[in-house]
Design a protein around this ligand. Structure first.
Ligand code: ADP
Ligand code: MG
Length: 386
């Protein structure tokens, strides 16, 4: 099974031309596209820019980013469905830019399942082996094994339309697995499923990876998918890699403001434009903190920083900052407390414990303790400095 190395991989899609439009009209359309897309060159839309990365053999990598950030483009390039305009795609150090998709030993699972509607679950799963002319008994044994792994053994005679969304996606995963490819690429496979089904399938996918140890590259815009599934997370924005690190590093040491806010988005507190003195001191809610020399250097010439802290790293404590409760929300096992101090919104997360949901009423004064150990400090370019 291969290690995949990407070097300086760049993808530009030419601007869409509409047949029937010529001359000035066509030019205007292109100009409009140029203005609407965040990254364009004269040639077209830049979907991926100078992407470097190594996908280790047998690893589970999640590529995380908002819509339009280049995730599918990256997968299509690895799969060989797209040829990058620049850069190298290597499987085990062999340059593969010109190796066609069918020779790459890569399987893909899509959001919309892409099953054959008129074929049964059995036929859908068996298809990749049938085209290889493998003996019937052997195929049957393999299909049964895989169907069992994906809990489809009772559904083999059904048609895709007679299955739930979760079951359809299980069929698609089974069809990818049965080929025993060296890499499986997943493009937002659970996006069409409800929350519970997502969780169930996430769980199963993780177990499947542990069993088969095939290289998995999984693309999603959902931070929970990423945090739960990945060994490694690659974060993309506007076709540019923002971070490439372990799950815990992405969570605890986000490389920039974008990564910090994207992971744990709804409960990340960001306090912007905090003045920093010549001595490296800054104040947050009446408390004074000091930057180290190294941090001051990374701050650059700017005299302000942005400080972030996750709601899960805040605690209610008598020694804390004075704040007033605005409202609370319950999300699964978490109690989210929205409060205000010095005109700033603060979000704090506590584990629900059966009594704390009654503790915080609108208008109630509380104190919130800030532990600088959990601060994420960013300079004016949004880069982490601590
Ligand atoms: P994601 O999967 O993260 O949503 P994509 O890789 O699909 O992002 O797209 C990245 C960018 O490239 C987007 O701006 C998108 O509009 C553009 N793009 C993708 N595919 C094409 C294409 N075939 N032609 C033109 N532009 C495209
Ligand atoms: Mg996509």
């Amino acid at each position: 099974m291969p290690k995949i190395t990407l070097k300086d991989v760049t993808m530009i899609y030419p601007f869409q031309k509409v047949s029937g439009l010529f001359g000035r009209k066509q030019k205007q359309l292109i100009l409009k596209q140029q203005q609407e897309m965040p990254y364009t060159s004269n040639e077209g839309v830049i979907a991926l820019q100078h992407f470097d990365g190594v996908i280790e053999d047998g690893s589970f990598t999640v590529v995380l980013g908002p819509s339009g950030s280049g995730k599918s483009t990256l997968l299509r390039i690895v799969a060989g469905l797209e040829r990058p305009v620049l850069g190298e795609v290597c499987f085990d150090d062999v340059l593969c830019n010109d190796v066609p998709a069918q020779e790459r030993d890569v399987a893909m699972v899509f959001q919309n399942y892409s099953l054959y509607p008129n074929q049964t679950v059995y036929q859908n799963i068996a298809f990749p082996l049938e085209v290889k002319h493998i003996p019937r008994e052997e195929i049957e044994a393999e299909v049964k094994k895989i169907a069992k792994l994906l809990r489809l053994d009772e559904k083999l005679n059904r048609l895709p339309q007679e299955l739930s969304g979760g079951e359809r996606q299980r069929v698609a995963i089974a069809r990818a697995l049965i080929r025993k490819p060296s890499v499986i690429l997943f493009d937002e496979p659970f996006s069409n499923l409800d929350v519970l089904m997502r969780k169930e399938l996430r769980n199963e996918l993780k177990q499947i990876h542990e069993t088969c140890k095939t290289t998995f590259i999984y693309v999603t815009h959902d931070q929970y998918d990423a945090l739960y599934l990945a060994e490694r997370i690659v974060i993309l924005k506007d076709g540019i890699k923002q971070m490439d690190a372990s799950v815990s590093d992405v969570y605890n040491y986000p490389a920039n403001r974008f990564c910090a806010q994207f992971i744990g988005s709804s409960t990340f507190n960001l306090f912007e434009d905090i003045p920093v003195g010549k001595d490296g001191r800054y104040k947050l809610f009446g408390q004074t903190y000091e930057l180290t020399e190294k941090q001051q250097k990374r701050l650059g010439k700017a005299k302000t920083l942005d400080a972030g802290i996750r709601g899960t790293n805040l605690a209610v404590s008598d020694l804390g900052v004075d704040a007033i409760v605005e409202y609370t929300e319950m999300i699964e096992a978490d109690l989210i407390v929205h409060a205000k101090a010095e005109e700033k919104e603060i979000i704090l997360v506590e584990k629900m414990n059966g009594s704390n949901e009654m503790k915080y009423m609108r208008g109630q004064p509380i104190r919130i303790a800030f532990d600088p150990k959990y601060f994420h400090l960013f300079n004016q370019n949004g880069e982490r400095i601590n």
